[in-house]
Design a protein around this ligand. Structure first.
Ligand SMILES: *Cc1c(COP(=O)(O)O)cnc(C)c1O
Length: 359
């Protein structure tokens, strides 16, 4: 019997993935040149599908990287001369901040305990911070920051560049790219693909900043995949280096499937499945939602505290081919994490709830 993966990345593959992969093999995608018209058509198609899905305007380019964490480094190198600002409340937002420190930026941080979230009203961005780094969905603790709060904060600081890590939630968050300068994700989370591709959305304003920094004496924006180089090639739907052509193709196909369903429906289904899980956790004696404030509870990665050792809950699931994620870091033994991505259906979520009742 096949497993169902409720893990937050790598995760369950989207059901149509196999047929798209077969099609790609039949079309010999793995052997085509990245300087061919066939590749340019693939890039253009994926670009169009993502633009439709996430409402990305013409002011923003869409670029491919090795993974999402690569984008942490790219955006810090390309868009920060001296100072960045980070809202940190878990392991992934912390790593984004760590990258800034490692790159010798003057990185400001607003820290919240694990399991707590950020509202716009409580965030003061230091005057000289050039880039505001927010994490829409903190995968380690199951905390989300609502797009409405992200937008409110940007309106308070319209001159600063805003960058949103939406790695474990895209395409769920309804970000307004009319005001958000940059966002990024990896394909092995909610897009239901194997790992191996990062997607970086960045605005003309980010490009202008990178071009200015590139001309600055004794300053580097990096050699590999810097924004001006990515953008120059992007104009022809090409990439500076040989990209993961197969995954760019597959991502376009999955995004097309999402568009066929419609992003509004996908968002509603996500919320409905999340409601089922949280309702169960709240009514159960064996579990409770880790995140106390409802508005901060992630819709895409649910973290539950288990009253038994979480290893028992996880192995009980495993015995019936249901794989749930363990807690993160020091919560490994007392929590489980459940991905609520488009790849898992309402029926599969209902089946997991039944299993958790018996675990
Ligand atoms: C998984 C994850 C990352 C890192 O993605 P990679 O593909 O491993 O580089 C970054 N941020 C968040 C919120 C994540 O969940």
């Amino acid at each position: 019997m096949k497993n169902t993966y409720y893990t937050p990345g790598p995760a369950e593959l989207y059901p149509t993935f196999y047929q798209h992969l077969q099609q790609a093999m039949d079309e010999q995608i793995g052997s085509i040149s990245h300087r061919s018209q066939k590749f340019r058509d693939i890039y253009k198609f994926t670009d169009e599908q993502l633009r439709t899905l996430l409402s990305i305007p013409a002011t923003h380019g869409i670029f491919f990287t090795g993974s999402a964490s690569e984008v942490w480094e790219r955006i810090l190198l390309n868009c920060v001369e001296y100072e960045s600002f980070h809202a940190v409340n878990g392991s992934f937002s912390q790593k984004f901040y760590d990258y800034a420190v490692a790159l010798k930026k003057h990185a400001h941080v607003l820290q919240k305990p694990f399991g707590e979230g950020f509202d716009a009203a409580e965030i003061e961005v230091p005057a000289y911070a050039e880039l505001v780094c927010l994490t829409h969905n903190e995968t380690s603790s199951g905390v989300q920051m609502k797009p409405a709060d992200i937008h409110k904060l940007k309106r308070k600081y319209p001159k600063k560049l805003f960058c949103v890590d939406m790695v474990s939630s895209a395409p769920y968050p309804d970000l307004d790219f009319g005001i958000i300068d940059s966002a990024f994700f990896s394909v092995q989370k909610a897009f239901g693909m194997p790992a191996g591709l990062g997607v970086w959305i960045a605005s003309q304003t980010c490009l202008e900043k990178a071009e200015r920094l590139q001309k600055t004496d004794d300053f580097t924006i990096g050699a590999h995949h810097n924004l001006p180089t990515l953008w120059k090639h992007y104009k022809d739907f090409e990439t500076p280096a040989t990209p993961n052509v197969l995954y760019i193709y597959l991502l376009g196909k999955i995004a097309e499937d999402f568009n066929r369903i419609g992003i509004d429906t996908i968002r509603k289904q996500t919320e409905e499945k999340a409601r089922m899980i949280y309702k169960f956790l709240e009514s159960s004696d064996a579990y409770e939602p880790f995140v106390k404030k409802e508005q901060h509870r992630s819709q895409t990665v649910v973290v539950a505290t288990t009253h038994k050792p979480s290893a028992d809950v996880i192995s009980s699931g495993k015995s019936v081919n249901m794989i749930v994620g363990s807690g993160y870091g020091k919560f490994k033994e007392s929590q489980i994490r459940i991905a609520n991505f488009p790849a898992t259906s309402t029926e599969q979520v209902a089946a997991l709830i039944e299993q958790l009742k018996q675990a």
